[in-house]
Ligand binder design. Sequence first.
Ligand SMILES: NC(=O)c1ccc[n+]([C@@H]2O[C@H](COP(=O)([O-])OP(=O)(O)OC[C@H]3O[C@@H](n4cnc5c(N)ncnc54)[C@H](O)[C@@H]3O)[C@@H](O)[C@H]2O)c1
Length: 424
Amino acid sequence: MNSSYDVAIIGTGRVGLPLALAFADRGLKVLGVDHDPHILEAVRAGRMPFEEPGALEVLERVSAAGSIAWSDRVADAAAARHVVTTLGTPSFSHIEIDLSQIRSVLDELLPHLQAGQSLTLRSTIAPRTTEFVAGYLAKHRDFVVGQDIFVAHAPERIAAGKFFDEIVSLPCIVGGVGERSGEVVGELFSIFGARIVQTTPVQAELAKIWTNILRYATFALPNLLMMDCEQYDANVFVVFELINRDYPRGGMAQPGFTAGTCLRKDFAFSEERSNAPGMLLAVSRVNESVPLFLVEGMKRRLGSLSGVKVAVLGLAFKSATDDERDSLAHKLVRLLERELADVAIHDPWVVGPTLSLADAVADAAAVVVATNHPEFCTAEALQAIAAGAREDALVVDPWDCWDAGQVFAYAAELTALTALAETV
Ligand SMILES: NC(=O)c1ccc[n+]([C@@H]2O[C@H](COP(=O)([O-])OP(=O)(O)OC[C@H]3O[C@@H](n4cnc5c(N)ncnc54)[C@H](O)[C@@H]3O)[C@@H](O)[C@H]2O)c1
């Protein structure tokens, strides 16, 4: 086929934009498609619409080389030899994948697709979605998938913030439909040099979902143990040490806020038709309970939070990112507001304005580390808290940012922490 572009990426969000840039940086002619005018306006002006280390330099390079173009029309993607969709796949609250973005793009593409093209689903999807998409093309366009047109799932497993390191190193799973889809899509992604692992579409879907389920459940265990320890008046960090030290068969992860746009919903794609319905919902309930656990712990120590200043450090869903989507820090803030606390927020990463660290902690009765950003886990940050917050302020740190080994540090311990900080 005669194509104007080598590859079109539909959905140039957190996953799609770095991928489009990476393809263009390897000399492919790329079209990035998105219907969000803010994204297109930013990239056309040479700005990244969000933080991704290394992306801005690549954007500048590929824009100057003329190897990338932008469009808001899905139909334009049909001028590419390879089409990769990196659309959002949220879940409905009643446990079902929301395929509306994929369905709508498919319908727009359908009349324009030609024999010889490939369609790769890069989004995280429920088992059998790739087969559904292939069936949809076959039903509406009479293509023999795997011969006339190629459909595969090549799930994105790279963590935001690590794209350019991991695209060249993380094995790329490819689950192709029919005879040649895996081969064609594997060849496209082989440009990055990472190992291509061919499998069936449903195994690729399951591998991606369960990569995230593993992480979600891995963090639910220490989170549950943290809450149990409070019930038994035990120190969770001491118990972790007892579990992990010199034990040769695995170990317990650290507690913290576990959510974000992927972990919070991807388990639902398994839960849709689970053989143990509810098991992963319980995992989700544990992780979702952590903000309330911290608020209740603060109330147990400080009494009513009404009119009490509480500083929240971090709004991003995880360390070293500006991504606030599905962050439990927001849930914490909402819960504190419902206690009528005076909430003061500081996050040096997120785009929206927040207070400076000094202003956020000034005269605070409690300081909660909601995100373990690297800036917070420093002696300087601890000193700023000790200097600015009330003398008897409660420091709440489920991440154990300062190796103090206390989820809730009392006033006396705050001074001890400061002494520790001075020796660091
Ligand atoms: N963010 C991550 O770290 C990450 C990691 C691995 C996998 N994933 C998965 O990758 C997929 C994409 O995630 P994301 O974080 O990049 O989402 P995102 O919301 O940042 O990106 C999706 C983009 O698609 C665009 N879009 C939606 N419908 C469109 C349409 N009809 N036409 C044109 N553009 C359209 C949106 O405007 C948006 O920019 C999801 O399935 C997610 O679960 C995300």
